[in-house]
Design a protein around this ligand. Structure first.
Ligand code: GSH
Length: 270
């Protein structure tokens, strides 16, 4: 039996927080899901699976209006909503399905707590764990503005206000990370890799999806926020990001994704 089941669309930088931690700590994950565009055709449940014709019947009470990042209806079982009251993915479950864990940062914390060996990603004492939580909390605040921005870009609803909020959030987030890393200890918390570093990398990867919409930014005469020169303003933060992207526990998820993002950037420049 695996240690934790996670249902999500894939690839999704939010679940990399858990997959990277799992590689480092010897935790076994059971990942279920499909491409983002396909999840509307799935039953959202502990036993998530593609919908049958019967499931799709008109008037099926499991069909619920989507809210964030999806359009149309999503088929969520009552049991799914009992375990996941906000109805979101990634959605994690204890192996017997009895406990639902939502919010990607909390899913990553679960993996760190289930650790079999390897680094103590959630620290060694209450104070260190709380400091790691501090970084996870600021990362969630940043992620929220980033999500609004990416959804607006994706849906064609981008305007100067949403762009300005995202630019400000990006600046605040990287300023804080730069300050934390400027102490020269090599990691965000203490002298070792923790969930704080993993979540930081995953959130920057999420934000990097801005590159998919470069033409739309040009169309609206808005500048790219995560541009090629960010490292000039935030050298410590960006070098930490680059180094961790190449780390053996991170690269399996991140390398193929960032290569795609780079190709998009190059194509947009041509
Ligand atoms: N802060 C959450 C964000 C989760 C989230 O917003 N998920 C959206 C997809 S991007 C969702 O599941 N939406 C379901 C719906 O619209 O009903 C996390 O990090 O897990």
């Amino acid at each position: 039996m695996t240690d934790l089941r996670i249902f999500s669309y894939m690839p999704n930088p939010r679940i990399w927080k858990a997959t990277i931690a799992a590689r480092l700590c010897g935790v076994e994950l059971d990942l279920r899901g499909a491409k983002p565009g396909e999840l509307g055709g799935w039953l959202w449940d502990f036993d998530a699976r593609p919908l049958t014709d019967e499931d799709r019947e008109l008037g099926n009470p499991l069909a619920r209006q989507s809210r964030t990042g999806f359009s149309g209806q999503l088929y969520k079982t009552d049991a799914f909503l009992a375990a996941h009251p906000f109805g979101t993915v990634p959605a994690a479950f204890s192996p017997d399905g009895g406990v639902g864990i939502f919010e990607s940062n909390s899913i990553a914390r679960t993996v760190a707590r289930l650790r079999r060996h390897g680094p103590k990603l959630y620290g060694d004492d209450a104070y260190t764990a709380a400091r790691i939580d501090s970084f996870l909390d600021v990362s969630l605040v940043f992620a929220r503005d980033g999500q609004n921005y990416l959804l607006a870009l994706n849906g064609g609803a981008i305007d100067a206000h949403i762009h300005g909020q995202a630019a400000k959030a990006f600046d605040i987030y990287l300023n804080g990370m730069e300050a934390a890393l400027s102490a020269g200890r090599g990691y965000l918390v203490g002298n070792d890799l923790t969930l704080a570093d993993i979540v930081f990398v995953a959130e920057l990867c999420s934000f990097a999806r801005e590159a998919v919409h470069l033409e739309r930014l040009v169309e609206h005469e808005l500048p790219t926020i995560f541009h090629d020169n960010v490292a000039a303003d935030f050298p410590a933060a960006m070098s930490h990001f680059e180094n961790l992207c190449a780390h053996e526990a991170f690269a399996p998820d991140i390398a193929p994704f960032m290569e795609k993002i780079e190709r998009r950037r190059e194509a947009a420049v041509k």
